[in-house]
Design a protein around this ligand. Structure first.
Ligand SMILES: *Cc1c(COP(=O)(O)O)cnc(C)c1O
Length: 360
């Protein structure tokens, strides 16, 4: 096999090696079917089992029962920015917390359909912190409260859910979904584009309370209706079959590791190594408030842009890919999602040490 390097890409991002190897086998022939996974009818019995097993394992991992629906949809998290208010807001206002570029986009789409209360924002300090929310900021007559749990670009993460004051809590968890246990009793709907933490591009997962389906208008165009997709068990039209299959493999991988508590420990461990190193360094520095640091996306900077350029260039030469920060933030960003190996973080830290001793 060809060698692989350390991939710090923010998305599409690294997947577990054993998942890739199994998918590779299935590409040619899935199980005993004699048909490759890309070539298989989504109405076939083996494919229906793949979807049903993925739904069952998702529920097992999240510890949820029949009061929740698990949907595999298309259009990415970006279409959810629209589908969510379209299905759930109706004539009502909505509440949003703005903690970064993705929250901003979600708000723009919700505003197309109705009145949005932006109840808190961290824009005043370039999204470098997570605002404190108190329940009484939330409008009890709004359709839901929306937040972005992990801010992929800026590298901040909610450490606990904001209080929803009795209205449904909705979350864009695209970049930290299944990275830690989730208190599902607090949530009404979570959506996540798969390509950051749980699979390939092309599928977005929506986990929602069944009772919310009542709000979803029967006259919506079917592709945009949660009710239709729920009724058809995510097989209303041809689904992104391969992407769902790979998500299914990732779910099995998470279960094998020990579920979300085990996943959290692994992720905390990795992030800790990197942040500790940044904090003791004389040249590297973090860019966000320590209490808000993301375990998934770790942004850091050097004293000058020239030095940063040098760092990125030299790091890519020795096999670290994707460390360049998002164009709107600059500097560096190491995305260390679920599947990113601890050894890769340790090797990066060693490289940073060497870089510092040569350039301090
Ligand atoms: C990447 C990302 C999105 C956009 O996802 P698409 O699947 O490209 O539409 C939305 N929200 C967050 C938090 C993201 O990280």
């Amino acid at each position: 096999m060809k060698p692989r390097i350390y991939n710090f890409s923010a998305g599409p991002a690294i997947l577990p090696e054993e998942v890739l190897l199994e998918a590779k086998e299935s590409l040619y022939a899935y199980g005993e079917t004699g048909i490759g996974i890309l070539e298989m009818s989504h109405r076939s019995t083996p494919y229906e089992s793949i979807v049903n097993e993925a739904i069952a394992n998702m529920k097992k991992i999240l510890g949820i029962g029949d009061d929740f629906e698990v949907l595999f949809l298309q259009g990415g998290a970006s279409l959810q920015f629209h589908m969510l208010p379209l299905n759930l807001a109706k004539e009502k206002t909505t509440d949003y917390i703005c903690t970064g570029a993705w929250s901003e986009k979600a708000i723009v789409e919700a505003k197309r359909l109705g009145v949005v209360h932006e109840i808190a924002s961290s824009k005043d300090k370039n999204y470098s912190y997570i605002p404190k929310i108190s329940a009484n900021q939330v409008h009890t007559d709004s359709a839901y409260l929306h937040f972005t749990s992990n801010n992929t670009i800026f590298g901040t993460q909610f450490k606990e859910e904001p209080p929803a004051n009795g209205i449904p809590l909705v979350c864009d968890a695209s970049s930290d979904f299944l990275s830690r246990p989730l208190p599902m009793d607090k949530y009404s709907l979570i959506y996540a584009g798969a390509q950051k933490n749980i699979g390939p591009a092309g599928v977005v997962v929506v986990v929602m309370r069944k009772e919310l389906l009542k709000r979803s208008d029967a006259n919506l165009t079917p592709m945009l209706s949660y009710s239709v997709h729920a009724k058809e068990k995510s097989l209303y039209n041809t689904p992104p079959a391969f992407s769902i299959y790979v998500v299914g493999l990732v779910l099995k991988w998470i279960l094998k590791l020990g579920g979300l508590s085990a996943m959290q420990k692994i992720n905390e461990d990795k992030a800790d190594i990197l942040y500790k190193h940044i904090d003791q360094s004389k040249i590297f520095r973090g860019t966000v408030e320590k209490s808000a640091r993301s375990l998934m996306n770790v942004p850091f900077r050097l004293p000058s842009e020239e030095m940063e350029e040098k760092f990125i260039k030299e790091s890519s030469k020795v096999g670290f890919s994707g460390l360049k920060g998002h164009r709107s933030v600059g500097g560096m960003r190491a995305s260390i999602y679920n599947a990113f190996p601890k050894k890769g973080v340790e090797d990066l830290v060693r490289f940073m040490q060497e870089f510092e001793s040569k350039n301090a």
